[in-house]
Design a protein around this ligand. Structure first.
Ligand code: SF4
Length: 567
């Protein structure tokens, strides 16, 4: 070991069709040219997946991968990345989660696992310090993610193992099924759980007791650790985050009039005080953290009716304001159900909100919904629908494919109420109230993903940045997208192009954001001028007016091999 500090320089490949497993060296060009787990995994998928494959077919591959800092003492670096071709967007579908799985992977002696093929029966992968077994999971099939983790720990009689598993959502190939780890950490978006389900893979289980290799001396690492801690200690945003998690922004976004409400019909939620950070803060709690992180931003809340993790901003919006669900504990309960069944909260909420608006407008009735009253705020119906989606029961089967495909099946003009970009449901900031995030939704190569370019960090918190102007938003969005993806962003673009991405024709947002003004609150009257924003963005990126990188741009990035994709 030792060529590339931070890496074990080894990948493990596991083929579920043949039960064959093998060790591979992390290729020099991968470690040198593609920073971090996301970049390396993207390049592997780009090279190994044929164009236009079925994401739920055995030819898709799913990768579990860590980054070069994972497992070190540097705070907030414990993340796990899981990429595959997404069944929801049909683009590459990388997702991340915190917790303990990423460091365990690193300590097991590998940087990543490449899982391919399809088992003919339910199985789970058990990697004990690098020794791989494919184990029978028939007794786990049909269990939720909480039961699955508990049963595997009981079977293996070792509480030090780390489990990443799917619930009924993944088994039933719900296109936005998640992978769940330690009950509270989710690789949520884009349906990685469905890819596992399509391979009959119930869980990946690890134990790692080794050390890790770093490029610099231990003294230098500890020095960086101290510096990072000092910066964090002085930063008031970290204190806010420690107390409230990402829910810290709920009341502010509502006050500024862009908290998505009733499927983006409004930017002001009248019952916000029941689901904002203060409402959660009033419940008794126990803090917890990801591996090695001193921030402890996560909390288990104990209510009168339910005990579970504090909802994040995105959960509060998707299972709260978006559905007009204004009961603190019912939002926590819906979050709990999503984690148990293994469903992404944003797409679950976005798809149910689509159905509720169709119900409001008489596009669907109780005859379509198996008798459910889908009036706004009906938390009983919301909870039932979450279960029906996970089990693909009745009307839930239609919604289990996400709002884009559900609208295609329902028809009758419902398409305009499906609030997605490239198949991915829109996150918790109405783009009419923050133009940069709207531009990011339109251009992010993974669909409407706030994490691809979280311009909100500046539009909300940096003095002098005007959230309502178009001016400068091309530069801001590019800069933040590039930071988010570091240097591997071009790989994602190339993958998207290969899968039939049509440049500007695909850089769209739901018509509502362009044609309808926000009706009330601090952003009243705002719409999104996407044409102007895109023009600025393409210009800043040095792309042509159709939204494709120019030949010169690709040459400049050393990506000559992909020039034919844009011709
Ligand atoms: S505890 Fe909070 S701040 Fe720390 S890594 Fe986890 S999510 Fe990030």
């Amino acid at each position: 070991m030792g060529g590339y500090g931070g890496y074990n320089e080894k990948l493990r490949r596991i083929n579920l069709s043949s039960d064959k497993t093998g060790e591979e060296k992390l290729a020099d060009n991968l470690a040198e040219n593609y920073l971090g787990g996301r970049g390396i995994a993207s390049k592997i998928l780009m090279d190994e997946l044929e164009a236009n494959i079925d994401p739920l077919g055995p030819e898709n591959k799913i990768i579990f991968i860590s980054g070069p800092l994972t497992g070190t003492v540097i705070p907030t670096t414990s993340r796990l990345c899981i990429p595959a071709k997404s069944p929801l967007t049909r683009l590459i579908g990388c997702g991340f989660c915190g917790g303990h799985f990423g460091p365990a992977l690193k300590f097991s002696g590998y940087d990543g696992l490449i899982i391919e093929g399809k088992s003919d029966k339910p199985v789970y992968i058990w990697m004990n310090d690098g020794k791989v077994e494919i184990k029978d999971a028939a007794y786990l099939w049909g269990k939720d993610t909480f039961e699955t983790e508990d049963l595997i720990k009981k079977e293996l009689k070792d509480r030090r193992i780390e489990v990443a598993c799917i619930g009924q959502g993944g088994e039933n190939k719900v296109r936005f099924a998640s992978v769940v780890h330690r009950k509270h950490f989710l690789v949520g978006r884009r349906g990685m759980g469905a890819v596992m389900g399509s391979k009959n893979l119930k869980a990946v289980v690890l134990k790692g007791t080794g050390g890790i290799n770093v490029a610099s001396s231990p003294e230098k690492i500890w020095q960086v650790y101290d510096e990072v801690l000092e910066i964090m200690d002085k930063n008031p945003v970290v204190t806010l985050f420690r107390d409230h998690g990402t829910a810290a922004s709920v009341a502010l976004v509502n006050q500024l009039g862009f908290m998505p409400t009733r499927n983006f019909q409004s930017g002001v939620f009248e019952k916000i005080s029941s689901v904002d950070e203060k409402a959660y803060f009033n419940l008794s709690f126990k803090p917890f953290s990801c591996w090695g992180c001193p921030v402890y931003c996560r909390r288990i809340l104990k209510g009168k009716k339910v005990t579970f993790s504090r909802p994040e901003h995105q959960t509060t919006f998707a299972l709260g304001s978006l559905l007009e669900n204004g009961d603190t504990e019912e939002v926590i309960r819906a979050n709990l159900l999503c984690n148990q069944y293994g469903l992404d909260c944003i797409s679950t909420g976005g798809t149910i909100a689509f159905a509720m608006e169709c119900y409001q407008r008489d596009i669907i009735t109780k005859e379509d919904t198996n008798g459910l009253d889908l009036s706004w705020g009906n938390s009983g119906a919301i909870n039932k629908l979450i279960k029906m989606i996970a089990l693909r029961e009745g009307f839930g089967d239609i919604l289990a494919d996400g709002s884009r495909l559900a609208a295609e099946r329902i028809g009758r003009g419902s398409q305009k109420y499906a609030m997605h970009v490239k198949g991915l449901e829109v996150p918790g900031y109405d783009p009419r109230g923050a133009k940069g995030i709207g531009l990011n939704y339109a251009t992010a190569t993974r669909g409407a993903d706030h994490n691809d370019g979280w311009t909100i960090a500046e539009e909300l918190y940096v003095e002098g940045v005007d959230r309502l102007t178009n001016e400068g938003k091309g530069e801001l969005t590019k800069e933040i997208q590039d930071k988010s993806k570091t240097i591997d962003s071009a790989i994602f673009c190339m993958f998207a192009l290969r899968e039939g991405f049509k440049g500007k024709k695909d850089d769209v947002v739901p018509e509502r954001f362009i044609r309808e003004e926000l009706p009330s609150g601090a952003s009243k009257g705002e719409k999104l001028d996407l044409e102007t924003l895109l023009k600025d963005y393409y210009n800043v990126r040095e792309w042509d007016e159709e939204g494709f990188p120019t030949e010169n741009k690709l040459k400049g990035l050393g990506l000559e091999e992909y020039i034919n994709l844009v011709k």
